[in-house]
Design a protein around this ligand. Structure first.
Ligand code: BV8
Ligand code: ZN
Length: 240
């Protein structure tokens, strides 16, 4: 692994740090990554990009809803890992978290009330696609697919599906944080999903110093100041 000293220096001297995370930060907690999901015996035969889409839900709402309940049932048994803990420490020093994850693990260890910009929503709530009715979901008492009590449309997980636009307020807040950032820490993302992945280039073009922690080589390797390849739970705590 590259010497973490330079990475630690960048994070220590940062005044406006943004932390950008993907499924890889939760992998050491046992949350399957999007790619990893295809390895699962039960759901591996389904294309996660198909299941995570309005078309997929329209075609078979029960199949898609059950897939989310399967992920929720996994999350009920899972705990944040040392990477989440270390990131929460940086957050308590003023860092902004921008996450693609819908698993709620950052929220579980973050300083109470601290803002986390959830680009792709949360799996711990349902909402109606027609009226803005929404309901929190208790991961230990999962409801079944059901109609919206207000308009009768099926309720669906409060996540952003492929082909759906992100919440404009959250997106604009993420863009402004990356424009203003003097440093960015990227943890566990393949950088393949847009517009989220574009935030790295935005921070780089504003001369933010960038530290990357990822198990595999990533498309960001050649635009960062320090690239550390390995497990987030091993590496991120060493940087804080
Ligand atoms: C939209 C919620 C427009 C649901 C998710 C430009 C170019 C190309 C395509 C597009 C484009 N613009 C838009 C698109 C289409 C599409 C897209 O990006 N497609 C890709 C696949 C080609 N984007 C969209 O559809 C977006 N919407 O553009 O709307 C629009 C505008 C107006 C009007 C209408 C529409 C919406 C995208 C959001 C989709 N929802 N999640 C759910 O979770 O069920 S995306 C979902 O997948 C995750 O949130 C995450 O974003 C993504 C998975 O990526 P990663 O998190 O990076 O995970 P991955 O498995 O890929 O990689 C894990 C990495 O971690 C690996 O690199 C691995 O090495 C590393 N790792 C593994 N273990 C560890 C580790 N690292 C450290 N430690 C470890 N232990
Ligand atoms: Zn409704």
């Amino acid at each position: 692994m590259t010497d973490p000293t330079q990475a630690r220096d960048i994070l220590t001297h940062a005044r406006r740090l943004v932390i950008f995370t993907g499924a890889g930060v939760s992998a050491d907690s046992g949350v399957p990554t999007f790619r990893g999901a295809s390895a699962d015996a039960l759901w591996g035969k389904y294309d996660p990009y198909q299941l995570a889409s309005p078309q997929g839900f329209a075609a078979d709402p029960k199949l898609v809803y059950d897939w989310y309940n399967w992920r929720r049932s996994q999350l009920a048994l899972i705990q944040p890992n040392p990477a989440h803990q270390a990131i929460a420490k940086l957050q308590s020093r003023g860092a902004t978290i921008i996450t693609q994850n819908v698993d709620g693990l950052h929220e579980r260890v973050g300083p109470p009330g601290a803002t986390i910009l959830r680009l792709h929503g949360t799996i711990a709530a349902d909402r109606c696609s027609i009226c803005d009715h929404a309901e929190e979901i208790d991961l230990h008492h999962l409801p079944a697919l059901r109609p919206c009590p207000r308009c009768g449309e099926y309720l669906r997980p409060a996540v952003v599906w492929f082909g759906e636009s992100l919440d404009p307020d959250i997106w604009h807040a993420a863009e402004s944080a990356c424009r203003a950032a003097d440093a960015m820490l990227i943890v566990g993302t393949s950088g393949e999903v847009y517009p989220a992945a574009g935030l790295v280039r935005l921070a780089a073009s504003n001369r933010a110093k960038i530290v990357l922690v990822n198990l595999d080589p990533s498309p960001f390797d050649d635009m960062v100041d320090a690239a550390l390849h390995g497990r987030a739970a091993d590496i991120v705590p060493q940087l804080v």
